[in-house]
Design a protein around this ligand. Structure first.
Ligand code: ASP
Length: 410
């Protein structure tokens, strides 16, 4: 019998998860530990993978100017695409008006169910450090602590620093270290492969327990809102990424889709850009994006580039304002674009990070933070969708950067 390909198995896992969740409801959460083990296995390798592969990537670039150029291009690309994403979200939310005419009873019910959870989120957001602190904190005081805590921006900083240092010391010494790191990198990648064998089961268990726990009924209550978010994500993901791939990356979007669909399914089922990171890096390698680029662009993207989250925050802010009957002037909408850009940068690549930093956007324009309670019920599903958009943006950027660098070289 012909062996079923891994990505087909993962897809089957996804469908089975939906069925099991629908049939068994709450009881489906019994199999959640299988999903959690899978999730822990891939999360476990994120820090070592980013550290080692980015050190190697930087060392192999061997040129600080090139590193700086890639860094600037990446950040410019991330910022522009994020703003386009929010603008699409705002446009749709203003035209469709998902918040107009939400039934008062439904509103009261949603409040009652999610008020306390929303409160926790609001408190977490209020503890967030200022922008300057965030910048200062990129430089670690204790590298071991950085690795233990898995602070991604600090890990990226460490890797860039040590990778650069490897190019500054004597060749005969750096060679030994680079050889060692290369071997270590191969070993870490093997862990990714082992984890991926478990992916079909992990994905099934994760999806079944999400559907079992949250049900699909709530989606119906907030149908218009959910449709605007998902519709916006689809429009953005398909159009902007395809255009970027074709025009800037000179790659067929279909070829890209084929190579990266495993990463998309993992992002969808885990709701975490970080968890999908090892698979995202692996996937783009299949379309010729070497570690030189992917080891920098993808971890940085998983940490700060969240197009899907930004789009969703734009829609959510307008939705809540519409429910409260708060009119938003043009300048308020411009503020939303700026704040949602920052809030998406501030959101970590973990589940539900975006709804916490949404509080920052709402606060800035004076929309009641309690409004978060209204959308919490559907958040898990929307998180799955926006995370998928987030990582597609990161992978697309790696293609664009590679093409633009190679063009320079020609
Ligand atoms: N879960 C998202 C991610 O990991 C962040 C968010 O909550 O929007 O990319």
């Amino acid at each position: 019998m012909k062996k079923i390909k891994l990505h087909t198995q993962i897809f089957i896992g996804l469908i089975l998860g939906v069925i099991v969740g629908l049939v068994f409801g709450e009881k489906a959460t019994i199999i959640e530990p299988i999903g959690t083990i899978f999730l822990r296995l891939i999360t476990m390798i994120v820090v070592p993978l980013v550290l080692v592969s980015l050190m190697l990537g930087t060392a192999s670039l061997g040129d600080l100017r090139k590193l700086g150029r890639i860094g600037i291009k990446t950040i410019v690309y991330f910022s522009i695409t994020t703003m386009i994403a929010i603008s699409i979200g705002l446009f749709l939310a203003n035209v469709v008006k998902p918040g107009a005419g939400l039934n008062e009873e439904v509103k009261a019910e949603l409040y009652k169910n999610y008020e306390s959870t929303a409160q926790v989120g609001i408190e977490q957001m209020e503890e967030k450090p200022s922008a300057i602190d965030v910048l200062v904190n990129i430089v670690p005081t204790n590298p071991i602590k950085t690795l233990v805590e898995g602070n991604m921006l600090q890990v990226i900083f460490l890797a860039l620093l040590f990778g650069t240092i490897l190019t500054l010391i004597k060749r005969e010494k750096s060679e030994i270290l680079i050889k060692f790191l290369d071997g270590l990198n191969d070993a870490i990648i093997q862990v990714v492969h082992i984890a991926m064998r478990l992916a079909p089961y992990g994905v099934m268990a994760l999806i079944a327990s999400v559907i079992g726990r949250y049900g699909v009924n709530i989606l119906v209550t907030l149908l218009k809102y959910s449709l605007v978010v998902v519709g916006g994500l689809l429009i953005y993901t398909v159009s902007i990424n395809s255009l970027s791939l074709k025009i800037l990356g000179r790659m067929s979007p279909l070829k890209f889709l084929k190579a990266t669909k495993d990463a998309m399914v993992i992002a969808f089922s885990t709701s975490s850009s970080n968890a999908a990171l090892p698979v995202s890096m692996e996937s783009v390698e299949h379309i010729g994006i070497s570690r030189e680029y992917s080891s920098f662009v993808i971890p940085l993207g998983a940490t700060i580039n969240m197009d899907g989250t930004a789009l969703y925050q734009g829609v959510a802010a307008i939705f809540i304002a519409q429910i409260y009957g708060i009119p938003l002037a043009f300048m308020d909408q411009v503020t939303i674009v700026l704040m949602a850009t920052l809030a998406s940068v501030g959101a970590a690549g973990v589940p539900a990070a975006g709804i916490i930093t949404l509080a920052m956007v709402l606060k800035q324009i004076g929309i009641p933070l309690e409004g978060i309670a209204l959308i919490l019920g559907v958040d898990r599903f929307l998180d799955m969708c926006r995370t998928t958009t987030n990582i597609i943006g990161d992978m697309t950027c790696s293609v664009v950067i590679k093409e633009s660098e190679e063009k320079n070289r020609k």
